[in-house]
Write a protein that binds this ligand. Structure first.
Ligand code: FO1
Length: 307
């Protein structure tokens, strides 16, 4: 069975780790969010692509959710000597990834080729595609009218600022990376991972052609609600739903995804929302969606594959 997934960062990576343990990793394709990408001290960082790659390679720092386990902070220490204390912290091995990516980008190598080189070098059999080779960057406007690039909002200000607008700069001029539309068209099943619907899945859907291609495969499209009992297990997803005019619940997710997603996987605590979802012609699949341990992710993946 060929499975194509749409993925953001930490929550998606946890699920993907389970998925590739229940089917052949080479039969999985990940379409990753690049709206979080940022140039940090001149280095191009692709957080969500790296989190997925490092997780599937078995080297991610599970405690942080990002970066490489056991990495060191010598570069940061040297910068501190110069009075530089960055709010976005790059550790030494991770810097190696960003140096490679940045150097190849300067040589004109597309992000999709770069991402493929990195995942193959780390022994990842799963294909990982950026949503686009062109720059699409998430920009938020706070209720006080302040513009924030994604990492400023998310990391520097700890996603505490109330948000009025979310924009995906560059989306209109972007095209899906090579292989993205085919990965959706050819898959037996498409799974939208439990990522932030606005900040992680939103940028992917904003790339022209992707939402339409998903809609054409709607019966094969499954999404896992990132909200359980109206709350996100991590991050600001629940607080942001009103920005898109949706309620902060599994039903709100069904509203956001309903036009391209045939089945929404919701947690048992949200079973009461199932009835209303059928009004949207979205089939509810009720199961335990909380992944506390790798076995939970494997079980959740199996439930979806068996549905
Ligand atoms: N998140 C933080 O909260 N603080 C950091 O210093 C930080 C550094 C970092 C470096 C590389 C990387 O790939 C991710 C990093 N993240 C950090 C996480 C990142 O901001 C978010 O996880 C994603 O952008 C959202 O999924």
């Amino acid at each position: 069975m060929r499975v194509t997934t749409l993925a953001g960062g930490v929550g998606a990576a946890k699920f993907l780790k389970g998925l590739v343990e229940v089917i052949n990793p080479a039969d999985v394709t990940v379409i990753g969010n690049t709206g979080d990408d940022a140039v940090i001290h001149g280095l191009h960082v692709s957080p969500d692509l790296d989190i997925v790659t490092y997780t599937l390679a078995g080297v991610v720092d599970e405690a942080a959710g990002w970066g490489i386990r056991g990495d060191t902070a010598h570069a940061l220490g040297q910068m501190a000597l110069y009075g530089i204390e960055p709010w976005f912290r790059l550790h030494d091995r991770d810097i190696g990834t960003h140096l490679a990516r940045t150097g190849w980008l300067i040589e004109g190598v597309p992000l999709s080729e770069i991402t493929d080189r990195i995942r193959r070098a780390l022994g990842v059999e799963t294909q990982i595609l950026p949503m686009s080779d062109q720059a699409v960057r998430t920009r938020l406007v706070t209720k006080n009218g302040i513009e924030r690039q994604f990492q400023e909002y998310f990391v520097r200000f700890s996603h505490r600022e109330p948000v009025k607008e979310i924009h995906f700069d560059g989306a209109d001029a972007a095209t899906p990376a090579a292989g993205v539309l085919d990965a959706i068209g050819d898959a037996d099943r498409i799974i939208v991972c439990p990522s932030n619907p606005l900040l992680s899945i939103g940028p992917i859907l904003a790339v022209p052609g992707i939402r339409e291609t998903l809609r054409a495969r709607r019966p094969a499209v499954f999404a896992i609600s990132p909200l359980v009992g109206g709350q996100a297990l991590k991050g600001p997803a629940a607080e942001l739903m009103p920005v898109a005019g949706a309620e902060s619940s599994a039903f709100g997710i069904a509203n956001l995804y309903g036009n391209f997603c045939g089945t929404l996987v919701i947690d048992e605590v949200d079973a009461a929302h199932a009835a209303r979802m059928s009004l949207l012609d979205v089939r509810p699949l009720v199961t335990n969606t909380v992944m506390d341990a790798p076995a939970d992710a494997r079980r959740l993946a199996q439930v979806i594959l068996d549905a």
